[in-house]
Design a binder for this molecule. Structure first.
Ligand code: ZN
Length: 357
């Protein structure tokens, strides 16, 4: 949903490309503040709905500096010079690998005999982020055969040896069925990354250069206006980007399950308290969640920048700018800056709104 050129949105009534409409009325719809902030009249964010049945590639999105280098070198693959921090907001049960586990947890797992080959040959006194980088690189560059052998050997271990990470032997067969026992992503994700099981309404924040892989569930994903990605696992070898580049970009935040989480906060512009805000530490966007029971109402006061919302459940209406519109599951609206929104639910309503101001 939005104006990213790969798959732009069109206005339902006229069939016009949303960006053309926005460009013709930029001051009115985007607003001077947002235009000045980003120095363009494009919508600075890109919300998506993902329904994930099979692990998505193990990936990171390069920071601005690398993104602009890659874009000038290979514009077909890296379609813009922007960074792509993102949030993933669960609409259902949602499983994700996000960031790295705390070092002490990784160090403990790395004591398991099948994982010894991935450790540096000279043991360092501390298991620090440099050691972790070595381990991740060793896992990503290992041959198909070495990865298969590791997975088989891990499955032979008694379950107790995995301690609190007892999900590891359960997930190896599941991930191997989706890709293969030879996929390097399985070992990296299971041994070094946080495995999160989220519930509806939970949200995670992935900073630029943050490692992540989504495993299952329905989510709202919102990101800065970019589509650049480096993939290294949970995909065929031919689709993988350079491991050296991937490793050189890696950041070590988040570094625990708690650090991944982006809890919702009270939204000041909500008149009836039915709207919460997920606000990552970013200039490009925040996301609102509005949840109404049968017959309930909510007013969201005028926002100083453009919004895009999607109705994910229920029936009702929107009053905005003197007009009334029907709302139903799957309906998507672009709302210009400075417009107050009055929502009324006839049969419950669940609405997610991406905005900037
Ligand atoms: Zn991503």
């Amino acid at each position: 949903m939005g104006t990213y050129p790969d798959l732009p949105s069109y206005v339902l009534e006229s069939g016009e490309d949303l960006q053309d409409v926005v460009d013709k009325n930029a001051d009115e719809l985007i607003g001077k503040t947002t235009i000045t902030k980003f120095n363009h009249t494009k919508i600075p964010y890109l919300p998506k709905v993902l329904s994930i049945a099979k692990a998505l590639p193990l990936q990171l999105h390069p920071n601005k500096e690398l993104a602009s280098q890659l874009h000038s070198r290979d514009p077909d693959q890296f379609t813009d010079p922007n960074h792509k921090p993102e949030i993933a907001l669960a609409l259902s049960d949602f499983e994700a690998f996000c960031g790295f586990k705390p070092l002490k947890d990784i160090q403990r797992l790395m004591k398991l005999p099948p994982l010894q080959p991935f450790l540096p040959s000279v043991e360092k006194p501390d298991f620090d982020d440099q050691t972790l980088k070595h381990v991740v690189k060793a896992m990503l560059t290992a041959s198909d055969e070495a990865i298969k052998k590791t997975n088989d050997a891990l499955l032979q271990l008694p379950k107790e040896q995995f301690g609190a990470d007892s999900y590891i032997p359960e997930l190896i067969p599941r991930l191997s069925k989706q890709y293969d026992k030879t996929d390097n992503g399985t070992v990296v994700a299971l041994i070094t990354m946080n495995y999160l099981r989220l519930k509806k309404g939970d949200s995670i924040y992935i900073p630029a250069d943050g490692i992540h892989a989504y495993l299952s569930g329905d989510i709202i994903e919102c990101m800065a206006r970019s589509n650049n990605v480096l993939n290294t696992g949970f995909c065929p070898r031919a689709d993988r980007n350079s491991i050296d580049m991937f490793i050189s970009c890696l950041t070590f935040t988040p570094h625990s399950p708690d650090e991944c989480m982006l809890p919702p906060k009270t939204f000041e512009k909500s008149k009836n308290g039915k709207t919460q805000v997920y606000a990552p530490p970013l200039a490009e966007f925040s996301v609102l969640s509005t949840e109404l029971g049968d017959g309930e109402e909510e007013t969201v006061e005028a926002i100083g920048g453009p919004s895009i919302f999607i109705v994910t459940g229920g029936e009702g209406s929107l009053k905005a700018d003197g007009k009334e519109h029907k709302l139903s599951e799957g309906y998507i609206f672009f709302v210009g800056q400075g417009v107050e929104m009055e929502f009324r639910a006839t049969k419950g309503l669940q609405i997610y709104t991406a905005y900037v101001e």
